[in-house]
Design a protein around this ligand. Sequence first.
Ligand code: 26W
Length: 800
Amino acid sequence: MTNEKEPTLTREGFRDDILHHLKYTVGKDRHHASVYDWRLALSYALRDRIVEPWFASTKATWDNDYKRVYYLSMEYLIGRILEDAAINLGLKGLAAAALLDLGQDFDVIALDEPDAALGNGGLGRLAACYMESMATLGCPGYGYGVRYEHGLFRQRFEMGQQAETPEDWLSQRHPWEFERPESNYTVRFKGHMEERHGKTVWVPGETVIATAYDTPIVGWEGRWSNTLRLWGAKPTTLFDLERFNRGDYAAAAAPETLARTITRVLYPDDTTYAGKELRLKQEYFLTSASIKDILRRYLESHDDITELDKHIAIQMNDTHPALAGPELIRLLVDRHDLPFEQALEISQNVLGYTNHTLLPEALERWSTWLMGSVLPRHMQIIEKIDAAHLKANPARPASIGIVRNHEVHMGELAFVMANRVNGVSALHTELVKSQLFPALDKLHPGRVINVTNGVTPRRWLKLANPGLADLVTETIGEGWEADLDRLEELVPHIEDNGFREAFMAVKRANKAEAAHWMKVKCGIEVDPDAMFDVQVKRIHEYKRQLMNVFETIAQWHEIKKNPEGDFVPRVKIFGGKSAPGYAVAKEIIHLINDVAEVVNNDPDMRGRLKVIYPPNYNVTMAERLIPAADLSEQISTAGKEASGTGNMKLSLNGALSIGTLDGANVEIRERVGAENFFLFGMTAQEVIERRKNVNHAREAIEASQALKDVLQLIAEGRFSPNQRDRYHGLVHRAWNSDYFLVTSDFTDYQRAQAEVDAAFLDPDRWARMAALNTAKMGFFSSDRSIRGYMENIWGARSAL
Ligand code: 26W
């Protein structure tokens, strides 16, 4: 699929392309163009280069009737696109040179781009990595999502507390997408059912139009390109002119209001499920438009709808698009006149379901009342699916079932409708089988399989860490970007002093750059030779940022008690957002900022301890911080983090991990070796046992003077001098409930942190361990994950 027309592209040619777009697409004279104008012109010039491989990929798929894979996700956490596209097209150098001729700086222009933040955290970022890997592997695929007008909120700190402001990425022109006003579908809601001529007919009460916006996703070396199709909403009737003329302006605009509301904003709830009607509408909006589009495309080149399952696969990214099952059945039965049983079977053959969480509060359930009122036809179909499943499995225990206690359980629905269900790490998959769906797993042995998550090395090494990427290329040659197992070839070089020095010199340079950025961003000076200790991820109790803060306080206290002592200098770096309504997580943010205030202004700390928490952590900030990290904090309560993907990115960039046996940490440790991973804490099984002791927190605190002191210092108001009782609730909960076992794991965490210090004091040992982390991360390429999906779930083949 290589593109044969391109080799003639020259610096002058590309310069002319940019100038052409600046003049004719952006409408600006080069002498009056702003950075924004140049960015648009450059983006259009790059986008032009994707169009050829994009068309060629589409044509090859049609011509060869390749099996198509459809990835349905409510979230895509993409970040910036420009540099990623330039790198994958192999045009970054040429673009930079062409811009130089025009008096422009590629880096300055790239920095101008806002993040596309259509996701919350891990699940959304995974979808973005998977889209890129599918394109790299030549897997004929389409991503489907929602074109939110406002992505994830922007985070600010006001007096140390998180405040949210709307994100506004579409207030600027978005040069990467193609609007497709001709591709649209009517999506219905509400209304009632009628029997007409022996057929059940859904008479909707509300309708909106889903309209497509396509972004081409180009893979490594531009060999293949897929489409990310995001749905925007439009009113079915623009305007009620009669009402408007009567002066009833609000009612006249009602259809438009409904449409705009649906795609207005991404729900910022990560792992808590709220049961809101608008969210259900968003989920159905994505699902219905996508399934209709999938059937339309299929029928353009096939006439037998019963053969559908031979030609397509649909992946549900968690349960958010789990209405795909009922919707596909509805269309096959109501529009294509298939009997229910056959429609059910075809749908099951087509669908796969990825589970991303075991947390009970994150599992979607909709009241039958809400489901029945928003989607009356689907409620009927869901009940039929449930009945058919019971009929086929008479041994099914009463404790399971899709519809139970007047609620639709979306996890069960997705499980029953899918031919493969997968967890996202080896440990998580075992827990999906044993804890989440034990009865369904027994009824359907072999349905649940594992596909351990991965990350794209193009963005997370090549783009984010060009220094390390260049060193890797110098050392093992080219080609590792699409064959990450080759990083293993670094292993023999780790014995070489020169290589280790070069490796650590890259890390030092990245840290110096990050230090400069922190100075500008937070006004705090940090020493690039101190250990950069990084915990970046959503703020959640189970991720235990609180344990990290407690340890920070213990360290501060230790230095206070012994101001002349020797301490390994550390910079504690936090990054992450809390869901706006998650009070406990917001309190943790407040505490981190309060502790930072005290620590950073304490002369006794003298560069031995700093706490940095830059606001608004996002993909772009991750690209800055991850290459500068020495230590990666992966300290969730065992059994709670499904996989983690930041853990993989940090290791890939040469950070050592301190972590629990949770999620993919288990597999990372297996690969880097136990001696190169700072393990601590209880196992998932021990966590369950420990909770049976109702006094677990009290006993753990009583056994540790350090922890008792930490809680006492917080309770006294040492970090909140103008409101001394600010953290009384937090301290009370640590003593009395502590569901996530921060106190029980604290002492072992401190022990592991002391080992980290000892290792850091031996720079040569540290260098070996760090380099080994990079060398052993090949397995965690999202290319490996996507190959797993293609082989074991989708039955899809590469077109390359
Ligand atoms: C409906 C509310 C809601 C929203 C999002 C519930 C649950 C979610 C996601 C499932 C949360 C999520 O992002 N899970 C993360 O998925 C990553 C990719 O598989 C994993 O690496 C993380 O461990 C997991 O927390």
